[in-house]
Design a binder for this molecule. Structure first.
Ligand SMILES: [Zn+2]
Length: 330
């Protein structure tokens, strides 16, 4: 039995495996520029951010109907369950779908239909977080939030993702203020490739409760001190950092140093079908590469539940934490 854990940094579009991509392409009459799942699988071995983004956005063309989004979520949940995930807070990128004529209703409808019964079917409680693409305009983000208003009973929070450098958090001040007025929780990608100042800005200007990535915090002791003092959770994605070349090799990932500094670190998969592993695989990979002992892994699992948005369900959080404490490693 794998270590129980929550996954807090997971883009549902990044869980599209080649087999499902071909299945959905056939169902929707979409022609993919790959002859076979094997050829597509080889394309997943991209070498830089741009080739990843080209593939990532290109493959989304197969996602057309509510059923497609429900099937995508189900495929993730089935894999996550095998990897010990007990709770998942799942990102989606509505702008990437609306730009190709797929409505908010279709996207949220399909995802939330799958998530509504995730606990009965997969033993995983779920929340949905809507991300804005930071390389698009602040106006577009605001329009997206407006389009989501009829569905906010199914959306817990907002996030900010895609290409970071040159798109500082402050660009989205107004839309985050509006999200706050609507009662949404707030997170943002910051300090993945961008400077530590983006982390501070996300906290001060966007009032986020969690930092997605936060890898570059280690470049600024004052930022580390603040994150430690306020116990702001970081949703680190070590395999993603290697594949997108934020670091060269996993052995050089600063996770150990970050934990030793007192940062509230969690480990997540980001876009698992593209980055070489789901969250349980990621735990194994960092354990091996960084020599983490069982107690460090238990700390990461504990942190994942501490950092999750379960405030209105403390009984559930306590139950998950008890599972972590009771876990025996083999
Ligand atoms: Zn991400």
């Amino acid at each position: 039995m794998p270590l129980p854990k929550a996954e807090l940094h997971l883009h549902i579009e990044g869980t599209l495996e080649p087999e499902l991509a071909f299945e959905l392409a056939a169902r929707n009459g979409v022609t993919l520029p790959y002859a076979s799942t094997e050829e597509l699988r080889r394309a997943y071995l991209f070498t830089d951010l741009q080739s990843f983004l080209d593939l990532y956005y290109g493959l989304m063309a197969v996602l057309r109907t509510e059923q497609d989004f429900a099937d995508l979520a189900d495929a993730y949940l089935a894999r996550a369950a095998e990897q010990g995930v007990r709770h998942a807070e799942i990102f989606f990128d509505p702008q990437a779908h609306m730009a190709r004529g797929v409505s908010m209703e279709t996207v949220v409808g399909g995802l939330s239909r799958a998530l509504a019964t995730s606990e009965e079917r997969f033993g995983i409680s779920t929340l949905l977080i809507m991300c804005f693409l930071r390389d698009q305009s602040a106006e577009s983000a605001m329009e997206t939030l407006k389009a989501a208003e009829p569905y906010l009973n199914r959306i817990t929070g907002v996030g900010l993702d895609s290409a970071e450098v040159g798109h500082p958090p402050a660009k989205f001040r107004e839309v985050y203020e509006e999200a706050g007025r609507l009662g949404l929780r707030k997170v943002a990608h910051a300090g993945e490739e961008g400077p530590p100042a983006y982390i501070t800005e996300a906290l001060d200007v966007l009032k986020v409760e969690r930092i997605d990535h936060g890898l570059t915090a280690m470049r600024d002791p004052a930022v580390v001190e603040r994150l430690v003092r306020d116990q702001i959770p970081l949703t680190l994605c070590p395999l993603s950092n290697v594949r997108l070349r934020a670091i060269d090799i996993l052995e050089e990932h600063p996770l150990r140093e970050m934990m030793a500094a007192g940062l509230l670190c969690t480990v997540n998969s980001d876009d698992p079908s593209y980055f070489g592993g789901y969250v349980g695989d990621t735990f194994h990979a960092v354990q091996e590469a960084l020599g983490l002992d069982h107690e460090a892994l238990r700390t990461l699992a504990r942190n994942s539940f501490r950092a999750s948005f379960l405030e209105d369900d403390e009984e559930r959080r306590a139950r998950y934490l008890a599972e972590v404490e009771a876990y025996t490693f083999d």
